[in-house]
Ligand binder design. Structure first.
Ligand code: NAD
Length: 350
């Protein structure tokens, strides 16, 4: 396998976030500000140790840099990760303290929601800093729930990738959707509208039952969805789902979904390619949400969001074409593209 790593990776900064008593409650990782302020959400999760939390923040910040660069946004990449306390805690005070930390960076980092945080938390952050997005949308302006935009980018990418990899439109194909939350459910509705058959799984049984009734989807257990008889597998739940255990079991010939960090390791991307399974790089296809958040932050019109989300599927097709012609797995083609764009931004800023 050809692995072009001619442009090195880069991590700019790590900042510790402290609460009002000076106790460390998390970190803000800034991967790159070469293209603009480092943008990426705030994850609120339980970690065994500060080292694990920091490692996750660094990995997620890099992912945001790559996602923002490839999506053509004037943004760098960063991520905040806060430790979710085990017992009871003052949630509003915690997010105000986080807001103070964001403010202290003077705009180098812009935050928004991520796993474990919501609009109400960002409203608390907004009390302390203007470097935050993901708030309620005002009429005629961009903003609000990013999930429908994420779903749309994934859906259009899947249609383009099915044509490329399977030589077929979505009509009549079977798509296995893992996770029917905000993005997964919206994606299922679009797929049904395009005539695809659906196999779904979620740990939340009510969500599954609702889509079975609404769309005639077939429900399977959460342990069966990866190996379900399907043409396409759409991970829309957690990261790390493509790994040494799951890849040999996959029946789908194409992977395209919303979840972040789907590949457990880089080698798993190569294992997919070796099995002849086409992988649509997660951060290329799931950029619709950050495109919407970015437009909110930059004060751009909803038409701008429409235009940028519409560019995702053609971009994916170019990446898949390059992967084929260069005999390089698509995730490496995408990473190389991202690093080049960031390096160009760094040179332009120098
Ligand atoms: P969500 O929390 O609304 O939905 C996730 C769903 O996955 C939930 O219904 C949950 O019950 C289910 N789930 C969890 N573990 C599961 C398992 N083992 N098997 C089956 N189902 C399981 O989240 P979302 O906003 O729909 O995001 C889905 C994924 O897409 C996440 O990985 C997220 O990071 C990523 N993503 C979301 C956006 C966005 O705009 N919301 C943007 C980019 C990436």
């Amino acid at each position: 396998v050809h692995r072009p790593h001619e442009v090195s990776d880069f991590q700019e900064d790590i900042h510790v976030v402290s609460d009002a008593d000076g106790e460390a409650i998390g970190v803000i990782a800034i991967h790159s500000t070469a293209l603009g302020p480092a943008a990426g959400g705030c994850r609120f999760w339980h970690y065994d140790s500060h080292a694990h939390l920091t490692a996750d923040a660094i990995r997620l910040a890099r992912g945001m840099s790559y996602k923002n660069a490839v999506a053509g946004l004037p943004l760098g990449g960063g991520k905040a990760v806060l430790q979710r306390p085990a017992g009871s805690f003052d949630r509003a005070a915690l997010f105000r303290a986080f807001g103070d930390a964001v403010e202290s960076l003077g705009g180098a980092y812009v935050t928004a929601e991520d796993v474990g945080t919501g609009v109400a938390d960002m409203e608390r952050v907004r009390e302390r800093t203007r470097y935050v997005a993901g708030l309620h949308a005002e009429p005629g302006k961009s903003g609000g729930d990013p999930s429908p935009w994420t779903a749309r980018g994934v859906f259009e990418s899947m249609r383009a990738a099915a044509r490329f990899a399977l030589g077929s439109d979505l009509e009549g194909l079977t798509v296995a959707v893992q996770g029917t939350g905000n993005v997964g459910a919206a994606l299922c509705r679009m797929l049904r509208g395009a005539g695809a058959r659906l196999v779904i799984a979620d740990i939340d049984r009510r969500r599954v039952d609702a889509l079975v009734a609404e769309l005639g989807a077939r429900a399977v257990g959460i342990d069966e969805i990866v190996a379900a008889e399907a043409d396409i597998f759409a991970p829309c739940a957690l990261g790390g789902v493509l790994n040494a255990r799951t890849i040999p079991a996959l029946k789908a010939r194409l992977i395209c979904g919303a979840a972040n960090n789907q590949l457990a390791t880089e080698a798993d991307g190569e294992a997919l390619a070796a099995r002849g399974i086409v992988y649509a790089p997660d951060y290329v296809v799931n950029a619709g949400g950050i495109i919407n958040v970015s437009a909110e932050y930059l004060g751009e019109a909803p038409e701008e969001v429409e235009q940028r989300v519409g560019e995702i599927a053609p971009r994916l097709t170019r990446i898949l074409e390059a992967a084929t012609s260069d005999n390089t797995p698509p995730h490496i083609v995408a990473d190389t593209l991202a690093r080049r764009i960031i390096a160009r931004g760094r040179r332009a800023a120098a």
